[in-house]
Ligand binder design. Structure first.
Ligand SMILES: Cc1cc2nc3c(=O)[nH]c(=O)nc-3n(C[C@H](O)[C@H](O)[C@H](O)COP(=O)(O)O)c2cc1C
Length: 207
């Protein structure tokens, strides 16, 4: 699909077809997409836990679903991918660089920037995976969770942090998506940007 059309038509999917799985080769493309994105220092800190509906463990699923806020489309999705980062691992592996990086890239008020930065980096990958899924004809919805609860349900080690909004639900869209939350109008581009300083109208060409 043309990238412009893909963006123009992108909406979150809130009803998935529970009768259709995602073929392995399509899922491979989706899972590879985050690696196309840039990475701070080539550290590739993020990791994803892939959950397939067909392999769902009846004993463990309720805790996962509850941590994903019990949402019905999550139950329906053929695949869920929960992304996490490991700030402690990053700091350990790049110990020599971390002190210099913290010195160079943070100032007063920037505490905690390493974890938020790593989560932001991982989220670029979530966006890339979502677009790859749409390109293959799948539906996709970025999904929130209760991070600590999801980390426990998925067996994350100490120091690994679930991206709080970093779960991707994937599957073939249901023939009818009657969920009430889809289809809100988008803001105008010109309302989203300022020019030169916060609060000043954005110059052309946006809007
Ligand atoms: C970070 C993030 C978290 C989201 N979490 C959820 C969620 O948990 N449940 C849900 O139904 N939609 C979720 N969404 C989807 C948004 O509600 C949706 O993007 C928004 O309503 C705009 O609609 P659209 O995606 O169809 O354009 C999330 C989106 C983002 C970007």
């Amino acid at each position: 699909m043309e990238y412009t059309d893909l963006l123009a038509d992108r909406r979150s999917t809130r009803r998935f077809d529970t009768g259709r799985d995602v073929p392995d080769e399509v899922l491979e493309r989706v899972l590879a997409a985050p690696l196309a994105m840039p990475h701070a220092g080539n550290t590739y800190d993020w990791r994803g836990v892939v959950l397939r509906r067909r392999d769902r463990d009846a004993d463990r699923w309720p805790a996962v679903h509850a941590a994903l806020l019990g949402q019905s489309y999550v139950e329906e999705a053929a695949v869920l991918v929960a992304y996490a980062v490991q700030p402690g691992w990053w700091a350990e592996r790049y110990r020599a660089n971390v002190a210099a990086l913290v010195d160079r890239e943070s100032g007063p008020g920037d505490e905690g920037f390493l974890t938020t930065g790593l989560i932001g980096e991982a989220m670029m990958g979530v966006g890339a995976a979502m677009l790859a899924a749409l390109d293959a004809g799948l539906g996709a919805t970025v999904t929130a969770c209760r991070p600590a609860e999801l980390a426990a349900a998925l067996g994350l080690p100490d120091g690994a942090v679930i991206c709080p909004w970093g779960v991707l639900a994937l599957g073939w869209p249901a023939a009818v998506d009657d969920a009430p939350t889809t289809g809100a109008p988008k803001p105008q581009v010109a309302d989203m940007y300022f020019g030169e300083r916060w609060g000043r109208p954005s110059p052309a060409p946006v809007g």
